[in-house]
Design a protein. Structure first.
Length: 400
């Protein structure tokens, strides 16, 4: 029997936290195999517990525990940028992640390692694969590639990681193209494109009209994501005056937090849009579906900034699963999700005018909205549910 150790930089905090795609994938894989997870500890969390049938081990990396600042929150890269203490903790994090990986492999007798993100989990997975001579799968999500491309040392380090990796999975054709820029020919053969998926038991169509009547809103636009520069939210805000000229009762709901929030507030005030745009902040994961289902159109206006952009855009898949038509920028992994004129519109990045035009077009055409919504549900069922995605991972776990 395969016993899988999943090494990650974040995981569900407790039974009430549905977690992200790593949590959901692990819970689907445990239907076939024994799955154990190693994740960083955070203040107040247990060092070991079972969450929905998955045994979760958490390694401490700094003391006192309340000063652990590297993991969770906005993510490791953002934490390093914002906190000197987080920078100091990097070597401790890597050392204890390796130490506890070895301990958990010995304890659980794991024979497959699945590491998420190349640095540092891919490195830890490769070292453990070399020590125990067991299969290693590395999953790359996109943000890790951008960091590596800028560093000669990290590129060399990746060659060693890939040497002790049996399969390298990427979440989109865009992430694969980034990886192809610096991976050697032999290791290219190890690459498999497997997107992250969504839980169809959590994201599904609901009665949109009934939900909208609660607030008496006519046209509701939605964005969900971190408020950072490459998410391109300012271009969606700048599109609103033109949209309001055509449909004055349109409202934009923005869910998420981040460093761009103060700039967006100023832009909203400058354009006199305070009555039409709501910055809702962070919303509990369990409540996100309500906002998808209540919306008329979901927009992901991401842009390219210094090589950073959307690796895939799982929020787009979630919205589509709820039957909501989507509009997204033609950058990164978004075209892997949105087929132009089939389940949504693809628009050029940084073009508020074209974005407004496509939003107006969809609001004006209920039949097209309905068609995009139905085709989006079909796309998700065929390509992005965990029942489909987990089978692809199972294939490479079982392969020689």
């Amino acid at each position: 029997m395969y016993k899988i150790l999943v090494i990650v930089s974040r995981y569900s905090r407790d039974l009430n936290d549905p977690g992200d795609f790593v949590t959901q994938l692990s819970e689907f894989l445990k239907k076939e195999y024994e799955v154990n997870v190693l994740a960083p500890h955070d203040f107040g969390l247990k060092f070991a517990e079972d969450i929905n049938g998955v045994r979760v081990f958490r390694f401490p990396y700094f003391y006192p525990y309340k000063f652990q600042k590297l993991a969770y929150g906005p993510g490791i890269l953002d934490n390093i940028k914002e906190s000197i203490l987080a920078k100091i903790q990097v070597p401790f994090f890597i050392f204890f992640e390796l130490l506890f990986s070895i301990k958990v492999i010995l304890k659980t007798k794991s024979n497959v390692i699945h590491s998420h993100w190349i640095i540092p989990q891919g490195l830890i997975g490769a070292l453990c694969s070399a020590i125990f001579n067991i299969k290693h799968i590395t999953t790359i999500h996109g943000s890790d590639i951008n960091m590596i491309k800028k560093s000669f040392f990290l590129k060399i380090l990746c060659k060693g990681i890939f040497y002790k990796t049996d399969y390298i999975t990427v979440n989109s054709s865009f992430t694969k193209s980034l990886l192809n820029d610096f991976i050697d020919k032999k290791n290219k053969q190890k690459i498999k494109t497997i997107p992250m998926g969504i839980d169809s038991n959590r994201f599904y169509p609901s009665d949109n009209a009934k939900l909208k009547n609660e607030d008496n809103d006519e046209n509701i636009l939605l964005f969900v994501g971190r408020l950072i520069d490459w998410k391109g939210v300012k271009y969606l805000v700048q599109a609103m005056p033109r949209i309001l000229n055509a449909f004055p009762k349109t409202k934009l709901k923005v869910i998420g937090e981040g460093p761009e929030k103060s700039k967006l507030k100023k832009l909203i005030l400058k354009l006199n849009l305070k009555k039409n745009i709501s910055l809702l902040g962070e919303i509990e994961n369990t409540k996100i579906k309500y906002y998808y289902s209540k919306s008329d159109i979901f927009i992901i206006p991401s842009i390219m900034v210094n090589g950073h952009t959307e690796g895939l855009g799982v929020v787009t898949v979630e919205a589509m699963a709820c039957g909501i038509p989507v509009i997204g920028s033609n950058v990164g992994g978004i075209p892997d999700v949105i087929r132009n004129n089939f389940n949504g519109y693809l628009v050029p990045q940084k073009s508020s005018s074209i974005l407004a035009e496509k939003i107006i077009d969809l609001i004006s055409n209920p039949e097209l909205k309905n068609t995009f919504g139905k085709n989006g549900i079909k796309t998700v069922k065929e390509k992005f549910t965990w029942s489909v995605i987990s089978k692809k991972f199972i294939e490479i776990i079982k392969s020689d």
